[in-house]
Design a binder for this molecule. Structure first.
Ligand SMILES: [Zn+2]
Ligand SMILES: [Zn+2]
Length: 96
């Protein structure tokens, strides 16, 4: 019986944690949230100067209709299409 109560409390804790992600959990860094991503899903740092993407994609490999594992293949993105990565949010103009 106590085990069931414990399980219910644990489950409730998990659910609360899921619905209120800011509670009892360290907040994700704001920087990670605003990281500029290309259309291929990779950050600008993976791309050559406004060009090809060097990141690897994990793709499912099928062998004659049978699951043959995960394979890492180079991203086929040829051009960075995401937002311009900003080194700072604003550059104050000190003209005075
Ligand atoms: Zn890309
Ligand atoms: Zn990519």
């Amino acid at each position: 019986m106590e085990l069931i109560v414990g399980a219910v409390i644990l489950l409730a804790g998990i659910l609360i944690g899921r619905f209120l992600p800011g509670l009892g959990r360290p907040r994700q860094s704001a920087l990670a949230e605003v990281k500029p991503l290309c259309g291929c899903g990779h950050a600008s740092s993976f791309h050559e100067e406004r060009g090809r993407c060097h990141a690897l994609n994990e793709v499912a490999r099928w062998d004659g209709g049978r699951w043959a594992g995960i394979e890492s293949v180079p991203c086929n993105c040829r051009k960075y299409t995401g937002p311009e990565p900003l080194p700072a949010f604003y550059a104050p103009e000190l003209t005075e």
